[in-house]
Design a protein around this ligand. Structure first.
Ligand SMILES: NC(=O)c1ccc[n+]([C@@H]2O[C@H](COP(=O)([O-])OP(=O)(O)OC[C@H]3O[C@@H](n4cnc5c(N)ncnc54)[C@H](O)[C@@H]3O)[C@@H](O)[C@H]2O)c1
Ligand SMILES: [Zn+2]
Length: 358
């Protein structure tokens, strides 16, 4: 097992990564000093796969558990779902010290996290991420949110979990498309912060695809450590945390225009490709590294070319993104592998030209 500490003073917590950890949850919760009730929030697929073993671990350690289910899908990351969960928490007798356990992917983590942040002004939150994306990204950093009137993550809070337990065994049952999507974010971490990690991914991609547990543990741990380090320096997203948006300027626009038919990681992969090409065209990034990144993304099963969408709509979605400040579109561009910078000084004609070619 690997343990990564997210150092945020009183809000600090551990991220535990390893095989079979779900069955240790009861003991780990006891160590946190939680009271003897626990509420699990999950979706039907994850419940069927992991609900029983999680409950056994909790009841075996003296917890009275309630399991609340929400339907799968981004559309259920809503205030309506949150409202229903508040009622169900009340019915289950949840109190200030009752931990909420978010068992599932990023949708569950975000909505259960939002509910934990707001129910009785905040109850302990434990993230139990079961997708690669959730283990490397959404479970760490304390951003919790629901969508509102077509706007993603519009209503939310910064609310750090008390503990993150990433059981890498759960990745064995992920649909291949979810694994590929998560790999987009893993490759992102390598490009923004860690050249050596990029080399590791190039070398071990075949073992990742073969679902090698040791390799999973390593890639989740390295990614989680990078995310933790960035969050520690910028908990409330006012500076450095921006670099995590590498590939996301174009990526979010693709998600919006395709109405989320193209997955997040896949959209980010296309966005990363656009960013490296922009940097190369601006003369700040080596072309040989562009070739290297393209090759890795493709080997991972990610598309690097723009989907068949109207370019004008992608350009316009970029301008309307919530992250645009004062009309200036921010890009995260690489200088070298492992080193990126944030700029709002990118010529949009160049962006359009690159996108029309990719
Ligand atoms: N809070 C943050 O910082 C942050 C960061 C990135 C993304 N997000 C959010 O995360 C969400 C996307 O999360 P996601 O990609 O994990 O998708 P998801 O939560 O929708 O999960 C994808 C699917 O995988 C299934 N699943 C989950 N674990 C499984 C397993 N082990 N085996 C088999 N099936 C499993 C789920 O039932 C679901 O159908 C988005 O809402 C996004 O906004 C949040
Ligand atoms: Zn992302």
């Amino acid at each position: 097992m690997k343990k990564i500490r997210v150092r945020l003073g009183q809000n600090g917590y551990d991220v535990l990564i390893g095989p079979g950890l779900l069955s240790e949850t009861g003991r780990l919760l006891k160590d946190l000093g939680c009271n003897d009730k626990a509420v699990i929030i999950t979706d039907p697929t994850v419940k069927n796969l992991y609900g029983i073993s999680l409950r056994q671990s909790l009841t075996g350690n003296g917890f009275k558990t309630t399991l609340l289910e929400i339907p799968e899908g981004e559309e259920h990351k809503s205030l309506e779902t949150a409202g229903r969960l508040y009622q169900e928490l009340t019915d289950a007798g949840a109190e200030r010290g009752t931990p909420v356990l978010a068992l599932g992917g990023g949708v569950i983590g975000d909505v259960a996290g939002f509910v934990a942040a707001t129910y009785m002004r905040g109850v302990p939150l434990v993230q139990l991420p079961t997708t690669l994306l959730a283990q490397v990204d959404s479970s760490i950093g304390g951003k919790v949110a629901v969508n509102h009137s077509q706007l993603k993550n519009k209503i939310g809070a910064f609310y750090q979990p008390r503990l993150v337990i990433s059981d890498i065994t759960t990745l064995q049952t992920l649909p291949p498309s979810e694994l590929t999507s998560g790999l987009g974010e893993v490759i992102k971490y390598a490009v923004i912060r860690d050249a050596e990690f990029l080399g590791y991914l190039e070398e071990h991609l075949d073992r990742i695809k073969a679902l090698d547990a040791g390799v999973f543990e390593h890639i989740v741990a390295v990614s989680a450590k990078i995310k933790a380090e960035v969050v520690e320096k910028d908990e409330k997203d006012t500076g450095l945390r921006n670099i995590l948006n590498f590939g996301h300027t174009v990526g979010h626009a693709i998600e919006t225009v395709t109405e989320f038919r193209i997955s997040h990681g896949q959209s980010v992969a296309i966005g990363m490709m656009a960013a490296v090409l922009i940097a190369s065209e601006m003369g700040v990034f080596e072309n040989s590294d562009v070739v290297r990144i393209r090759k890795l993304l493709r080997r991972a099963g990610l598309m690097t070319k723009m989907p068949k969408v109207e370019l004008g709509r992608v350009m316009s979605a970029m301008t309307h993104d919530k992250k645009v400040a004062g009309g200036k579109i921010k890009f995260v561009l690489p200088r070298a592998i492992g080193d990126v910078f944030v700029t709002d000084d990118v010529n949009m004609t160049l962006v359009e030209k690159i996108l029309s070619r990719t």
